[in-house]
Write a protein that binds this ligand. Structure first.
Ligand SMILES: [Zn+2]
Length: 161
């Protein structure tokens, strides 16, 4: 690959986006999705600006890329983030079928700036403490829990994903 395709090239762009975002009332995070055919889509952290706790830079880059290519499937794409993706962004990348992820700063650098998601990482560990947010299976008052899946299987017009 030529220099313009090196991870360091896109990471520099992501870091620059992150720094600029701070000057625009955003969090210090930026990301770029490069699709399999080489198109670039940027994302910025807009959590406080849009009152959206899911508006991490990686997620907004994935959303932009999906809208740009007209698909929910980004197979073959690479995600470049200014900082190590949190569990939500990793899961979002898996759902988007991102192929590779590169990041510049790591979770410890983020923690030093007050962004500590260590508890979230631990939550997803097998031995993680779920007291942070208990999740429980329960029965619906009416209907069956699997009714939506029966409807899905019966829907011949469904788009599998
Ligand atoms: Zn995230």
């Amino acid at each position: 690959m030529d220099d313009s395709q090196q991870p360091s090239h896109f990471l520099a762009k992501a870091v620059e986006l992150a720094t600029e975002n701070v000057r625009n009332n955003g969090g210090p995070f930026g990301a770029i999705v490069v699709t399999a055919d080489g198109r670039e889509f940027a994302g910025l952290n807009r959590v406080t600006a849009t009152l959206d706790p899911t508006a991490h830079a990686e997620v907004t880059a994935i959303r932009a890329a999906c809208q740009g290519v007209g698909s929910f499937d980004l197979s073959g794409a690479t995600l470049y983030s200014s900082c190590e993706p949190c569990p939500m962004c990793l899961a979002s990348s898996l759902w988007a079928r991102i192929g590779h992820v590169y990041f510049a700063a790591d979770r410890h650098d983020a923690a030093d700036a007050g962004f500590d998601d260590a508890l979230f990482y631990e939550y997803f560990d097998a031995a993680g403490d779920r007291a942070l947010m208990p999740v429980a299976k329960a029965e619906p008052e009416a209907g069956r829990a699997v009714d939506p899946f029966d409807a899905w299987r019966a829907n011949t017009g469904r788009i599998d994903y």
